[in-house]
Design a protein around this ligand. Sequence first.
Ligand SMILES: Cc1cc2nc3c(=O)[nH]c(=O)nc-3n(C[C@H](O)[C@H](O)[C@H](O)COP(=O)(O)OP(=O)(O)OC[C@H]3O[C@@H](n4cnc5c(N)ncnc54)[C@H](O)[C@@H]3O)c2cc1C
Length: 287
Amino acid sequence: MQPFDYAAPPTLEEALQILSQASGLVRPIAGGTDLIAQIKERRIAPSLVLNVKEIAEANVLDYDPGQGLRIGAAVSCSDVASYAPVAAHYPSLAQACLLVGSTQIQNRGSVGGNVCNAAPSADTVPPLLTYDAVAVIAGPGGSRRVPLEDFFQGPGKTALQPQELLIEVLLPPPLPNSNSRYLRFIPREEMDIAVAGVGSMVAVDPQTNTCTRARIALASVAPTPIRAKEAERRLEGSPLTEEAIREAGELAASACSPISDIRGSAAYRKELVKVLTRRTLSQSLPR
Ligand SMILES: Cc1cc2nc3c(=O)[nH]c(=O)nc-3n(C[C@H](O)[C@H](O)[C@H](O)COP(=O)(O)OP(=O)(O)OC[C@H]3O[C@@H](n4cnc5c(N)ncnc54)[C@H](O)[C@@H]3O)c2cc1C
């Protein structure tokens, strides 16, 4: 492992100052479950690793029925999954957090790190996309908000500039009569990367039984996590019948552009998307 300097600033101001004065490559670190492996494998060689876990703003985990959910960038997957409002109001996010690696990985790894690592397979991202999450980014000019949908620019590439940090991820309050589900396919029981993953969220008008909002987001089937917007449009305004759900599965499969690799062929991944979309939608029908 190539040597690097290390800083653990206690405040956001100090962290931003260090970033603005740094000359070489700086990489923020939260749990380090992605970053340390990347450094060890010499995929990146930062001159400074900047710990964000001491920063108060990055440790917020808060739910307000009027404002929604705030997840500080350093909050672990375990803490998010065990936070009662997440299980109650954003169930697919809790499900995804509990799929990330093992208990040890979930205890160390953060949702913010999962997002910033920008792997197409990141498990927490489809649920975040289905809840229209927004990234709050701090930089030398202050803070800015980026819809998570626009955050991902390619495998490992994000909208973050070199002197910026992700501070938190915001999720609006869930819609009434809504529910969500995340499922992924891996060839073994755990500790593997999704061959394909699907998060679905639906809200239903209980009077008419029609779908008032549908969100479907896909992992591991494109260079970035993506929304399946044609499939969403097929459902919104319609009753969530078996036929509508089947058609949404077909449309979701047409939205992806998977690669063929050792984990599965492109055709196999598309078939998985159809099946997982149908299952996540059926299991998202409001309770
Ligand atoms: C054995 C094992 C199994 C795994 N299984 C899964 C799995 O099933 N599903 C899955 O999705 N992932 C999996 N992962 C990947 C990893 O655990 C997750 O992506 C985790 O959520 C990363 O969080 P972290 O806090 O450890 O990130 P870190 O490693 O600390 O950071 C990840 C990246 O984000 C950047 N970063 C971190 N925080 C910030 C910030 N605040 N601002 C800007 N950039 C930042 C870092 O510089 C780095 O590039 C696995 C990893 C291991 C080692």
